[in-house]
Design a protein around this ligand. Sequence first.
Ligand code: SF4
Length: 435
Amino acid sequence: MVTVALVHPGSMADEMGIVPGTELQSVNGRALEDFLDWEFLTAEDELEIEATLPGGERVVFDVERPESEPFGLELEPPSVRRCANRCEFCFVEGLPKGLRRALYIRDDDYRLSFAYGNFATLSNVKERDVARILEYRLSPLYVSVHATPWEARRVLLNNPRVPDVLAQLKSLAAGGIQFHCQMVIVPGLNDGEVLEQSLADLWQLDEAVLTVALVPVGLTQFSHLYTGETMNQMNAARILKLCEAWGEKGRRERAATWVSGSDELYLLAGRELPGPEFYGDYPQIENGVGAVTALRERVADGLARLPRLDGKRIGVVTGSAMTPLMPPLLADLGRATGATFELIPATNSLFGPTTTTAGLLVGADIQRALGARTDLDFALIPAETINENGLFLDDAPFATLRASMAMPVYPSYDFVDVLELEPSTNDVLQTAGAR
Ligand code: SF4
């Protein structure tokens, strides 16, 4: 059974009399377990939908659905499948205590892998799930492989019952499912022969494996499980060398790079990042593969659209990972607008200085970076630091932070998104007047 959360006025669902709180039980005699069933079973033209209205009335809707007309309803979010592993490098294990509860949920859910691109290990996938993946052709899936040799994966995932991922991938691939894979590389555990073997195994799956991202292990000062080596420049350079050899093989034999190092791997190795042609459509950009190159591209494409902001002084807050890469971008923005851009690196106070990603900065870090500044016309902060409820990871509301600042503060993904809207003197005056 799935529950309706929202019905769009005037939609097909609205006309049928479906309201929020309606429980949808079955479609054409098949019970609904979750949003996937609803999505796929309602793809037919003729539908018999059993439901219970919020008052308890049982109804059966006989529906002829015109092709591609949406129902116009949204379902309650599914209960997320929890993870059966306890990875050495798990982000959740590296969180300090006292944050909001949702951050501690360790999801490992093939449904969210298909629907939202969340990575799943497939450790908790049962036969019935495999049957659903195949029936609904849930492809591509985003799979955390980490290692194909069973023993190495068992150690990495800290789970003695972890299934053989290669056998799982093979059987799904035989049913036409494709994968974007990731391997979090932990020095001493899966960076040498295990990495070689894993890439060789994934290569054998041919076109079923669309991409593989190699991501260096990231640890915070709270990562209490991990006792191994940290990633250093030599490790990163060695991993990239192997990665590039396999990427070259992919380009030669399959016209696809196939395996890529994340941006962080290049930065750790002290290497220049590849250009846009290397990343194609950026299939693993959410995983930090090509994000810097994409940012550079967006800035270059947007320069001509920017207004003149002569004489303005603009602060740009970022994490220490991006700090060395920013001066050329800010120089371009300065030339295009006439403004002076000041780079303001911030240290992560919640996770510790080893966490250098801009998107993990918290409200207190931004407060510390900008709080004493009275000389800026406005400031840009990484938009990724704020969730859909307007909160930083430390639960500080963006609205409160913004109101406490001497200058307007704008969350920005690529600078151009804010600057092209011409944050103006009016804005500065309005904000100043509001205080
Ligand atoms: S699979 Fe590993 S990294 Fe992912 S949530 Fe589970 S324990 Fe954490």
